[in-house]
Design a protein around this ligand. Structure first.
Ligand code: PLP
Length: 444
């Protein structure tokens, strides 16, 4: 039940949405008192659950002390403190943090910074970005151009600038039987070098990728060696590596930065969702000291900005979020509980005739649904399996994030799980039992 005479522009036309009125740990509560277990953290956002007292009081304190100070005049205490904390824990020489208000803004800033870096170096011919099919980098026009999510791009295609898309690293569906995991990874990484050479190495600015692909494919990490080869290729041609950790970063995969597991360091990394954990809208881009130095000693000014850059209340919330991650060991907890969740999913669904793959890292898990398990054949898109699972799970009091188009933007279905890091063992049972019942309702 929801509000029938609404003037709110809704997210979809599936009928009036229930009204969320409260959050309690891992649960959201609607105006009828129904409780929903947040098995996807919205869209991998609410990593601390919905009623963290420390973050709530950091927000209240900051808004009472200093609500806003424009970044063209001032920096702020929480921005300085959070930037220091992030850089101290970031890999390699990632050194300067640019705070924005969400993931798409972080990607836009990264793309513009990468272009300006080469302008400052006098390499004006560099104007191309390369990204991957079956990826998502945000809904603003630059980020949408970079992304390879067919469904989200389709109707805006004429407005999007050209970005070439190479293969994702998606071994479940695209590795051939006679190929080792490693060889497969090297083969698809080679597409980057081929594309750089095709475009002309002196025309390419950057390669953009999600270390663990989120909404478009459902928690798909790359195979061993893939990102090492990608890093080598970028270094060979002076192409910047931009990693999009908007969804998979900030502890979600069991590391503060997802790329730590792939043992590579990007030139620029973007984050958002788990940074504010839903308590405030915030995103960030961190660039290497080398990139920053070129701007600092060049024009001295990144030609970019928004009114709400580094908003003190948003940054204060994010500072409290990251402090909670460390003080409560929640990043290790994400890894541990993620492994338990994987085990429980495998036990319940590992032999299910329509579950093809269960994958992911930490508390970032994907379940790919198939019509035929042996042949890995997807369901016909008209069956709308993903939407049916979402509806059935919602009715059962479970929020999860199913999507269609897993294989190629049209075919394929998966369910993304990204529960709060504070979940308990009993919550794993709740997720798995409600989800498997929802799958059976949707497929029956
Ligand atoms: N990049 C990735 C990997 C995402 O998953 C998303 C959002 O889902 C974005 C970028 C865009 O972030 P936002 O929705 O905060 O603009």
């Amino acid at each position: 039940k929801g509000i029938k005479m609404s003037h709110v522009f809704p997210r979809n036309n599936l009928g009036p949405a229930p009204v969320a009125v409260a959050g309690d740990g891992c649960y959201l509560i609607d105006s009828d008192g129904r409780r929903f277990f947040d098995g996807s953290g919205g869209a991998a956002i609410s990593s601390l659950g919905h009623s963290n007292a420390k973050v709530a009081s950091a927000v209240k304190d900051q808004v009472a002390r200093l609500a806003f100070a424009h970044t063209s005049f001032f920096t702020s205490e929480p921005s300085e403190e959070l930037a220091e904390l992030l850089v101290k824990n970031a890999p390699g020489d990632l050194d300067r943090v640019y705070f924005v208000s969400g993931g798409s803004e972080a990607i836009e800033a990264a793309m513009k910074l990468a272009r300006q870096y080469y302008v400052e170096l006098g390499q004006l011919k560099r104007s191309n970005f390369i990204a991957r099919r079956q990826s998502y980098h945000g809904n603003t026009l630059g980020a949408l151009a970079a992304g390879g999510n067919r469904l989200r791009r389709e109707q805006f295609f004429p407005l999007l600038f050209d970005v070439t898309h190479i293969a994702p690293c998606y071994e479940y569906a695209e590795r051939s039987d006679d190929e080792s995991l490693y060889d497969y990874g090297q083969r698809v990484a080679q597409e980057l070098e081929d594309e750089i050479v095709r475009l002309g190495p002196d025309t390419v600015i950057a390669f953009i990728a999600e270390p663990v692909v989120g909404s478009t494919m459902g928690a798909v990490p790359a195979v061993e060696g893939y990102f090492k080869r990608i890093r080598e290729i970028c270094d060979t041609y002076g192409v910047l590596l931009i990693l999009d950790e908007v969804m998979c970063g900030m502890g979600r995969t069991g590391h503060l930065f997802a790329c730590e597991e792939d043992k590579i360091v990007p030139d620029i990394v973007c984050m958002a969702k788990g940074l504010g954990a839903g308590y405030q809208p915030i995103g960030a881009m961190i660039c290497s000291s080398g990139i920053y130095k070129v701007i600092e000693t060049g024009s001295g000014f990144f030609q970019h900005g928004h009114s709400y850059l580094g908003h003190p209340v948003a940054v204060a919330a994010a500072l409290a979020v990251v402090q909670e991650l460390f003080s409560k060991d929640l990043i290790d907890r994400s890894k541990l509980m993620g492994e338990k969740l994987q085990k429980a999913l495998l036990e319940k669904l590992g032999q299910h005739p329509h579950v093809g793959d269960i994958r992911g890292r930490g508390l970032f898990r994907g379940i790919e649904l198939v019509y035929d398990r042996n042949e890995k054949t997807p369901f016909a898109p008209e069956l709308m399996i993903a939407s049916k699972i979402k509806a059935a799970a919602f009715d059962a009091g479970l929020l999860c994030y199913p999507m269609s188009g897993t294989r190629d933007g049209k075919k394929g279905d998966h369910i993304l799980l990204a529960p709060p890091f504070i979940l308990l063992d009993k919550h794993i049972d709740e997720i798995v039992s409600k989800l498997s019942a929802a799958i059976d309702v949707a497929i029956s």
